[in-house]
Design a protein around this ligand. Sequence first.
Ligand code: MV4
Length: 525
Amino acid sequence: MSSHNKDSSANSSPRRIKRIMIANRGEIALRIIRAARDLGIETVALYSDADQFSLHVKLADYSVRLAGNTPLETYLNVPVLIQALKDSKADAVHPGYGFLSESADFAEAVTAAGAKFIGPSAASMRKMGDKIEAKKLMKSHKVQCVPGSENPLKDVEDLRRHVKEVGFPMILKASAGGGGRGMRVVRTENDLAESFAACTREAASYFGNPAVFCERYIENPRHIEVQVLFDEHGNGVHLFERDCSIQRRHQKLIEEAPSMFLNAEQRAEIGRRAVVAAKAAGYSSAGTIEFICESPEKIYFMEMNTRIQVEHTVSEEISDIDLVRWQILVASGETLAFKQEDIHLRGWSFEARINAEDPAKGFLPGPGRVNQVRFPAGPGIRVDSHLYAGYEIPQFYDSMVAKLIVWGPTREIAIERMLRALSEFEIDGVPTTSKFHEAVLRHPLFRAGTFNTGFIEQQAEYFKGVFGTVPEGCEDHASLLAALLAVEENRRPVDSGIGGSVAVKSERSLWRDRARLEATNRGGA
Ligand code: MV4
C-alpha cells in the first residue's frame, strides 16, 4: 500500500547477500521472505516438527528441519541453528523478533560461522542488554533517565541509601531483564528487604545475573518508543514514535503511530534523543528506543530493543520506509539513501495484534485448527499473518496469529478503517482477541487519546461488561454505555441519513451462514 520510493536497489551493495536463513517462524518469517524476494535474495526457512506445514516453509526457497517442538530444542538451539546455517550455505541470518534476536552470543556465533547477522553488532547488543550500563551510557550523553541508582545495588543497606532521593513508590529492576520481566514495585520501607532479596534471586535464576538497580516508580506512564534506523557508516534517522500504552500484562494489544501525546516540537525532540541514544551505542540496523512518559515534559529513556519489533509496521506506514528491506540493505554495507529531513510523517497508523486467545476466559490460548479464514482488504488495510484455511496453530509458541495494520490520513479515519477491517476479518475454528480490539477502539477514552499503560486494568469493568457481566457504575456515562452495548450486541450504529435518526445494521458471519447451509445440505442428503 505504500510506494517505498525512498528505497534503492541492492545491486550496488559492497557486500552482497545472496541467501538469508531465517531463524524464526510465523508472520515475521513471511515478512523477511517477502523483503528478501523483493531484493532478489534467496531464503532458507527453518521449521520445528510442529511447523512442518507452516506458510514460511512453503514460501521460502529452501527449508531445513529442526527436530523437536519446544523452542529450546528448535528456534533457541544455537548449535543446531549454526549447523543449519552451514548446511544451507546461507550467507546471512535474520533473527526476527523474540527467540535469539537479542542474543549477542548468537550474533557472534553467526559471524564466527562466516555469515552476516542482520542486526546490530554483538557489542551494541551487549551495551544495551545490560540496563545499568545502558543507563550510564545515556546519562553520559545527556539523555534523561528516571532518577535512581547508578550501579548494581550491593545489599539492602545500599538500597536504603537511595530511598531519600528516589522515594516511594520505587521499582527494582534486574539489570539483565527488560520488557517488564524481573521487575518489582516497592511501596513501603517494610518491603525493602524482602523485595530486594526476591528481585536479586529472580534476576540470578532467570537471567544468570543477580545485578539489580532501583528507580523512582512512575504510576501509569505512557509508553512511547522511537523507531531508529542506522547504517554501518554512522548515518542514522528516526522514523517518529509509536504509542504502545494499550497493553495487558506487558503484552501489547494495539499500537499506533504517531502518538497523540506529543506535539510536533516534542516529537522532534524525542526523535533527536533516540538518535543520540542509538549513536552512543554504535548502533546499526533497525532498533527501538523505549521511553516512559510521565507528562509531555517528563520523558525518560527506559531501554533499547536491539531488534525489529512486532509493531515496526505502523512506523513503515507513516514514514513510507520498508524497515526489513533496509535492515537487509544496511547489513549488505549500503549507506542510507535518505537523511532525517527527507523523512516525512504522513497520516496515522494502528496495529491490532490478533491472538488465538479467548478474552472471555482470561485470554486463555486456544490453539487448534483454523477451518476458514477471510482477511480484510481495501483502502488502508494490511494484514501480516501466516494463517491459512486448514492451518493448525501449534501450542508451543506465541499465540499471535495476525497483525491487522491500518493506515488513514487522520487518526479518526484510521480507527474507522480498523473497525471496518475487524468486521470483515473472520477466523473460524479458534477463539481470537478480535472483539477485545473492537471494544478498545470504541472506548471513548481511547478515541479521545487520554489513556496510559493502566488503561486495560482501569477499564476492567467496561471489558467485563463487553464479555459477560453487566458493568457497575457506568450508568451515567452515556457514550461509554452506548459503545459498550454496540460491541456487546455485535452491531454498529449507522447513521441512516433519514431525519438524523440512527439505524442499526446487524453484522453477520458468512462462515457461520455457510456452516449452517452445509449442515442443512447434509441434513437433506
Ligand atoms: C517503569 C515503570 C514505572 N516506573 N519504570 C515495564 C516494561 C519495561 N520496559 C519497563 N516497564 C516499566 N518501567 C519506572 N521507573 C513502569 C513500567 C511499566 C510499563 C512500561 C511500559 C509499558 C507497559 C508497562 C506496564 C507496567 C509497568
